[in-house]
Design a protein around this ligand. Structure first.
Ligand code: NZQ
Ligand code: ZN
Length: 388
């Protein structure tokens, strides 16, 4: 393992079909005024809204609602949420929904008592948070982002056409997360598959970076193998509890800072996808799927040792009589076949992107240099063109 680090993750997880009872333990720890944050209404159809309100009533909470959080939550919406927190002197924020709802609640909780131009201070200059953080927790209804156990929050500035994240340390993590795999059964198949690929991409983007002989790589390989197995079951049988439970658990461990330890972390698949989504508001996981293959083909030669390892340890490619390049390419082919078998969208055009928009997508992207090789703006254009 390389580097010096502190590992501390304070989010308490309640997992399983009884998870919501965790609210009995958690709610007494916070004040009376609760901001209940949710999205476009799925929680009213599947009963999770009523179940949550029962607990809030039982604990004599005064509930203020902040609904209508959209997929790819906007900066404007975030500012409205902050105004609500101040107006109602909110003691605790409870997010009930997918990654967008949790990210939104997190950003509101973290930035509520900051002053000035919040976009410039926290999304551009990445200043540390100095104001009071409002404690928050979540009831997760869709799996993929890992937001339930990390300090990341992705917000889209709809005016500037930039989709960017604030990353806060453990003080900005949810106090608790309620993870009931059955709550994800009502997620539409398209969103379930997008979430599955988001998980895969989180693991792979950390794995496909330097780190020497790192335990993180062995954990990542186990997570990817378990995800491949369970996702192919869930694709045909979305109510298979064991598969959905495994996927939920893998998702949390894919992006809760564990497997990033000792690794540089590439993250350019996410960066490239965010640049596109800032313009076309596309589903996160499907945007990642559409740009992944072209990106990995672009970096394969520079990270050949790791692509070979990926082929052998994740896809079971045999080494016999093959060059390293042949093995690595076979692994990438197996990955592509898996993506096709899942039924992911593998073309940006299908998501609504246009070749004429490529320069705009590039302009909205901040690439990292933490992977095996630097990606120039020319490479970036080529990757986008290949992803069309
Ligand atoms: O809004 P509602 O009505 O709830 O419907 C949602 C939404 O339309 C629906 N849904 C969620 N749970 C459901 C359900 N429908 C039926 N039954 C349920 N149980 O699913 C749709 C998509 O939800 P959303 O929250 O947008 O999906 P996801 O969880 O993929 O979140 C995506 C957002 O997270 C960010 C993405 O960029 C995107 O903005 N990310 C956050 C990260 C983090 N915090 O660490 C990392 C990720 O890489 C990602 O960037
Ligand atoms: Zn993601």
């Amino acid at each position: 393992m390389k580097g010096n680090f502190i590992y501390y993750n304070p989010t308490k997880l309640y997992f399983g079909t009884d998870a919501i009872n965790g609210l009995d333990k958690e709610l007494p720890n916070y004040g009376k005024n609760i901001l209940l944050v949710y999205g476009g209404g799925s929680i009213k159809k599947n009963g999770i809204y009523d179940a949550t309100l029962d607990f809030l009533k039982k604990h004599n909470k005064t509930v203020f609602e902040d609904s209508g959080v959209m997929p790819n939550p906007t900066y404007k919406k975030m500012l409205n949420g902050i105004a609500l927190v101040k107006k109602h002197k909110i003691d605790f924020i409870l997010a009930v929904g997918g990654g967008s709802v949790v990210d939104y609640a997190k950003a509101v909780a973290e930035l509520a008592y900051e002053e000035g131009d919040l976009w410039d201070r926290f999304f551009v200059k990445c200043e540390p948070i100095v104001g009071k953080l409002v404690p928050f927790g979540c009831i997760l209804t869709m799996v993929g982002t890992g937001s339930e156990m990390n300090g990341g929050s992705v917000i889209t500035n709809e005016q500037l056409k930039i989709k960017d994240a604030i990353m806060v340390g453990p003080e900005g993590f949810p106090k608790f997360s309620i993870l009931n795999p059955e709550y994800t059964f009502s997620v539409p198949k398209y969103q379930m598959l997008a979430g599955i690929f988001d998980i895969f991409s989180h693991i792979l983007e950390q794995y496909m970076s330097e780190g020497g002989d790192s335990t993180s790589d062995y954990i990542a390989e186990g997570l990817m193998r378990s995800l491949i197995y369970s996702s192919l079951i869930a694709k045909d049988n979305p109510t298979n509890y064991e598969a959905r439970a495994n996927i939920m658990w893998i998702s949390t461990w894919a992006l809760n800072t564990l497997i990033s330890k000792g690794k540089s972390g590439d993250w350019n698949v996410h960066n490239i996808a965010h640049g596109v989504a800032a313009h076309i508001d596309s589903t996160h996981g499907m945007t990642l799927a559409s740009v992944s293959l072209a990106y990995y083909r672009h970096i394969l030669n520079k990270g050949l040792h790791q692509f070979k390892r990926f082929a052998i340890n994740v896809w079971g490619v045999s080494e016999k009589g093959k060059s390293d390049l042949e093995i690595a390419n076979e692994g990438l082919k197996a990955f592509e076949k898996y993506m096709q078998d899942l039924g992911l969208i593998l073309s940006l055009k299908e998501l609504g992107a246009k070749e004429s928009g490529i320069s705009d997508y590039v302009a909205s992207t901040d690439l990292s240099n933490n992977g095996f090789t630097a990606t120039t703006p020319k490479d970036h254009e080529k990757i986008l063109l290949e992803s069309m």
